[in-house]
Write a protein that binds this ligand. Sequence first.
Ligand code: A3P
Length: 307
Amino acid sequence: MDSVGRPELFDFHKVPMTHQYTENWENLQNFRARPDDILIATYPKAGNTWLSYTLDLLYFGQTSHSHEREDKIFLRVPMLESTFHYLEPGPDPSSDPIPICLKGTDLVNNLSTSPRLIKTHLPVQFIPKSFWEQNCRIFYVGRNAKDIVTSYFNFERMSVLNPDPGDWSSYFQRFMDGKVLFGSWYDHVNGWWKKKQTYSCIHYMFYEDLIEDTARELDKICSFLGLSPTVEEKESIVSEVQFDAMKKNKVVNHDELRTMKVNISPFMRKGKVGDWKNHFTVAQNEEFDKHYEKKMKDPILKFRNEI
Ligand code: A3P
C-alpha cells in the first residue's frame, strides 16, 4: 500500500498487477473448474457487470428465491482472482473490528448454483488450465480502447482498491504503455482473440454491439449456451439490463460499497459509446490513433469508437 492506502502496481510475469489479484495465485492456478462453469472474461471496464447480470437473470432470474436475488452481483458472480481484506465492525461498539478475507476461489467453491458464473479480468495466459481441460464455455467482452481508458480513469479515481490513477494526461500515457492494472488493453483483446481461433467455446462479444441491440446480442448468447427462453423472458431480461435500470439496482450498482467513492464518480457512470470525446484533446486523439495503428494489426478484430 502507498501513503494514501492505495495498492501499488508491480510487475507480475510481465503484467502490472496489485497484491489483491496475486496473493491467492497458487489456489487460483490449481482451481478445479467444472465442465458446466461459465467464465465471463473482460478487460476492466468492458461491461463485465452487464454481462454477468444478464447471464445471472438468464439462468436464475425465474428460479431463485427473493432473498437470494438480493445478493450482490460480486457474490453471485465472484471474481476468481480477487482477494479482499477488510474490517467488519464488531458485534458491539466497544469490540474490535473483525478482519475478513474474501478469496474469489473460495467464493466460487461455495456457490451452490449450477452452472457457476465466474468473473475474471485476467489476460488469457493466466487462466487456470482446468478451464481449458474441462472445455468450459467462456464469454469475452471487448470494448473500444478510447472508452475503456476514459471509464478506467474515472473508476480508478473512485475505487480505493485500485492504484491512484494520477492526472488524466499521465494516465492516458500509461494506458497506451500498458502500465495499468491487468496490463495492456491491446495485449488483452488480442490474446483472447487469438485463443478463440483454437478454442471453440469462446463467444467473443463487443460492448458496442450490446448497446446497439441488446435483444439481438441476447439471442446470440442464448444460442451459444443452448438456451431457449420465452419471448416474455427475453423481453424482461432486456429491460432489466438497460443502463438506467441497472443504475438504480442495488444488486449491481455498487453504491453501497465503502471502497467505491461514488460521489467522485459512480460505478454505473455513463454507459455510452463515445464518451471519450468529452475527455480526449484533439492532440491526444491523434497520438492515440497513431499508436493504435501500430499495436492493432489484425484486420479482422475491429472495435467501434462510435455507433
Ligand atoms: P462507463 O464508465 O463508461 O459508464 P465493468 O462492469 O466491466 O467494470 O464495466 C463498467 C462499464 O460498463 C461502465 O462504463 C458502466 O457504466 C458500463 N455498464 C454497466 N452496466 C451497463 C449497462 N447496463 N449498459 C451500458 N453500460 C453499462
